[in-house]
Design a protein around this ligand. Structure first.
Ligand code: NAP
Length: 286
């Protein structure tokens, strides 16, 4: 691979901590090269106290785009000049676009999550959705589902039930819906799933190396469910394997990861990247 970096090359990147295992440089650079775009994408390990300087640095250096990952997605939001309305509602940004020094924050975790569903022919509008987990990713997922017109129910472990209560409260307030927050246990899962068409795992349960774990017992899964696990490592979690065995439709977190990247790429370049190539890059790492 020969890189032709010159004084014209447009620079994008990612900030986070830790950052060493990010797949984003591979995904974006492969797409830039495939499309013959004079862009490059690099990663920066930025600690909490360095965030403000990193964002100002992006502006000063004239970087075109930045991905923002853990732990900066919430703290970066007030540092933006403009916010996409959905990112503002969610309270977190993962993509920044620099238009001549004006920084706009977006949340393509949320919109990428939705696009991955739509690409598989699953339309959440008007559907009941059971969401397991109430952390950062659940926030993006729950808001975009409510924004699309779905009816979410959010379950979280009793120790941190306040996360689910607060999240459900904010969504109820924002969208004028009555969103329920429930303790994550078998009875509540069974009750929520009875009326559900789509189940989303937004916890880290089942993520590598704990690949034999699942947040939902296999016997609660049915053929008429769509089961979407936002975990991308492994590509097919225990939950997705159980769902497939029950005859359900499945969506992997790999698709969310790819579509959030596709959407960021579109915002930076104004062009549609090859999503299949970006997915193939991700799969090389998994
Ligand atoms: P987070 O903010 O730390 O939230 C983790 C969630 O998992 C919380 O709801 C937590 O519950 C729950 N949880 C953890 N261990 C649990 C257990 N043993 N039993 C029940 N619940 C448990 O993390 P996050 O940023 O939201 O990420 C969650 C997952 O989404 C990760 O696997 C991450 O890789 C994945 N993700 C994927 C994408 C993608 O593009 N596909 C994007 C973002 C995140 P408590 O509140 O009770 O601790």
């Amino acid at each position: 691979m020969t890189l032709n970096i010159s004084g014209h090359t447009v620079v994008c990147g990612i900030i986070g901590d830790p950052i060493e295992h990010t797949m984003s440089p591979a995904i974006h650079n492969a797409a830039f090269q495939a499309m013959g775009l004079d862009y490059v994408y690099v990663s920066f390990g930025v600690k909490g106290e360095g965030l403000k300087q990193a964002i100002e640095g992006m502006r000063a250096l004239g970087m075109r785009g930045m991905s923002v990952t853990i732990p900066h997605k919430v703290a970066a939001l007030p540092m933006m000049d403009k916010l996409d309305p959905l990112a503002e509602k969610i309270g977190a940004v993962n993509t920044v676009v620099n238009d001549n020094g004006v920084l706009t924050g977006y949340n393509t975790d949320a919109t990428g999550f939705l696009q991955a569903m739509l690409e598989k022919g699953v339309e959440p509008a008007g559907k009941n959705v059971t969401i397991v987990g109430a952390g950062g990713a659940s926030r993006a997922v729950s808001f975009i589902l409510a924004d699309r017109g779905a009816n979410p129910v959010i379950l979280n472990r009793i120790e941190e039930i306040d996360w689910a209560i607060n999240l459900a409260g904010r969504i109820s307030e924002t969208f004028g819906k009555n969103v329920e927050a429930l303790e994550l246990n078998r009875d509540n899962l069974a009750r929520a799933l009875e009326n559900t068409e789509i189940l989303v795992n937004a916890t880290s349960v089942g993520m590598s190396p704990n690949v034999d774990n699942t947040p939902v017992p296999a016997d609660l899964l049915r053929a008429d469910l769509t089961v979407y696990d936002i975990i991308y490592n492994p590509v097919k979690t225990k939950l997705l394997q159980d769902a497939e065995a029950a005859g359900a439709s499945i969506i992997s977190g790999v698709d969310m990861l790819v579509w959030q990247g596709v959407q960021a790429f579109e915002k930076w370049t104004g062009q549609k990247p090859p999503a299949e190539l970006m997915k193939a890059e991700v799969l090389k790492y998994l």
